[in-house]
Ligand binder design. Structure first.
Ligand SMILES: [Zn+2]
Length: 272
């Protein structure tokens, strides 16, 4: 018993020392469409623009800045002593590529009613995923690219078809060739492996914990199932052109909660 107690005291002392050695750390780009990883003393509460941000048992947290994020954001830290620190973050603007195409047939711009129905079902399923996430810090495994190949599309670009703005491109396209390998860029749980979604075809979603979810679209084959835990580097399937796709490529998307962030920025923040 005595030995156990001594052990506890040593542990407590250690954690106090470690805590004191961790000032606020931010890793990643403070820019529009970005993800940033932060670290605070364990027990510190974090708020971004007055909204609570969950922290992992190690004091890590994730922040997302959407494509149209304003020039500043307010980060507030409340230590377990009650002491409060506020910090104004400057969010750098980014230039997005805008493509205007006119004179297109109407059916190319507006999906028909049958397609609309499928799109609505897909979207409801995706929205539900993004509302419930795992509070397990899988993202602490770090991130790598999920496939090899040329980057054929970047995050944030937007097409305006017949004057109608379409959703901005919310991922990174990797043209790795039909049948090329796709792997998990980080640890996580496959929360949905869906065949034949309207836009994205065979699609895999991975929950990396604390709101960070990644998506792999247009797959030719899927080698994982819903509910399966994956480690960084595990196979997810192969590059294809399923769904609404103009050629074989992997569309890789990342979201924190409902905010789409640039996967390239996720690599900056969480890369290993
Ligand atoms: Zn894409």
């Amino acid at each position: 018993m005595r030995r156990i107690l001594t052990g506890c005291v040593v542990l407590l002392l250690l954690s106090v020392t470690v805590n004191a050695a961790v000032p606020l750390q931010l890793q990643g780009n403070l820019s529009q469409g970005s993800l940033v990883k932060g670290r605070v003393e364990v027990g510190t509460k974090v708020f971004l623009n007055n909204t609570a941000v969950a922290t992992t048992p190690n004091g890590f947290f994730l922040l997302a800045f959407h494509r149209e994020a304003p020039a500043t954001a307010l980060l507030k830290l409340v230590r377990d002593t009650g002491e409060t620190e506020t910090k104004t973050l400057t969010i750098a603007p980014r230039q997005w590529d805008i493509q205007r195409l006119t004179g297109l047939p109407a059916k190319m711009v507006t999906p028909d009613p049958v397609a609309e129905k499928r799109i609505a079902l897909d979207n409801a399923q995706i929205k539900a995923l993004r509302r419930n996430f795992l509070e397990i810090p899988y993202f602490e495994s770090g991130f790598i690219l999920p496939a090899k190949g040329r980057i054929s599309g970047v995050f944030g670009s937007q097409r305006i078809l017949n004057g109608k703005p379409k959703n901005p491109h919310n991922g990174l396209d990797i043209a790795g060739g039909l049948g090329g390998a796709v792997w998990a860029p980080a640890d996580g749980v496959v929360v949905l492996a869906a065949p034949d979604m309207y836009y994205t075809g065979n699609t895999v979603f991975i929950d990396h914990g604390f709101g960070l979810i990644s998506v792999y679209a247009h797959l030719q084959t899927m080698t994982v199932q819903t509910g399966q835990e994956v480690k960084q580097g595990d196979s997810l399937g192969t590059i294809g052109s399923t769904g609404r796709s103009t050629g074989p490529h992997l569309h890789w998307g990342t979201t924190l909660g409902s905010t789409h962030v640039d996967p390239a920025m996720v690599l900056e923040a969480l890369g290993n």
